[in-house]
Design a protein around this ligand. Structure first.
Ligand SMILES: Cc1cc2nc3c(=O)[nH]c(=O)nc-3n(C[C@H](O)[C@H](O)[C@H](O)COP(=O)(O)O)c2cc1C
Length: 205
């Protein structure tokens, strides 16, 4: 039911060395058939904006943010993820969970919004990084737009490197029709905008 919250598993993955991951990362547009596991999805979302409080207990995250304002959100379209009904979800970093926004298979519509790029529909999951300017504008004014793009790039790279470390393939997709994507995700453009689309699936053998 829309609004219901699902907990993600604890992150326990220990992968290859950071240097190996850097050397292996590539934009991957073809995926094997197997579904993603919920643990893999949880690890990807932890890389994006996992809670990593500091020694004073301040609520910091895996991706840096100007002044700790955290203007980014992550939406997930799950097409084929074990234990997760197909649908659109919002990641809740504070509780490492997902809130269901809309059940169902959006893959064909997502592909259309991304200029018919086939890997968007074939991916087992698609992460969409969005920005909420009102969270950062009171503090950074005219610099806010640059900072949001800065942060979206940093978050996207965290996701891409984590996908590589998990043996998955992913690609950052910037070519999309903004209005179509906003409508599909039910985003109010006065509040929240889609910034990057990241299809993810198992790397083919
Ligand atoms: C801002 C940005 C937008 C991109 N948009 C797309 C896209 O819409 N579709 C796509 O297939 N690849 C897209 N890419 C991936 C690039 O094509 C890819 O990074 C580049 O060819 C270098 O290859 P590599 O990532 O394997 O090193 C984008 C990359 C960036 C940084």
């Amino acid at each position: 039911m829309p609004g219901s919250i699902l907990s993600l598993p604890e992150c326990t993955h220990r992968g290859p060395s950071f240097e190996e991951v850097l050397a292996q990362r590539r934009s991957v547009r073809r995926y094997a058939e197997a579904p993603l596991t919920l643990a893999q999805l949880g690890q990807l979302l932890f890389a994006a904006q996992g809670a990593t409080p500091d020694e004073k207990g301040r609520p910091l995250r895996t991706t840096p943010s100007a002044g700790g304002t955290y203007p980014l959100e992550v939406l997930v379209f799950a097409r084929a993820v074990d234990e997760l009904p197909a649908g659109l979800y919002r990641h809740l970093p504070d509780v490492h969970g997902l809130r269901l926004l809309a059940p169902g298979d959006l893959s064909a519509d997502l592909k259309d919004a991304c200029l018919s790029q086939p890997w968007v529909a074939r991916a087992q999951a698609v992460l969409i990084v969005t920005g909420v300017p009102e969270r950062i504008r009171p503090r950074y004014g005219d610099r806010s737009a640059q900072y949001i793009y800065f942060e979206a790039g940093q978050m996207t790279q965290n996701i891409l490197l984590q996908a590589t470390a998990l043996g998955l393939g992913a690609v950052p997709v910037g070519a999309f029709t903004e209005q179509r994507l906003q409508d599909l995700l039910h985003l109010d453009p006065a509040w929240e905008s889609a910034l990057c689309v990241i299809p993810i699936g198992p790397r083919p053998e």
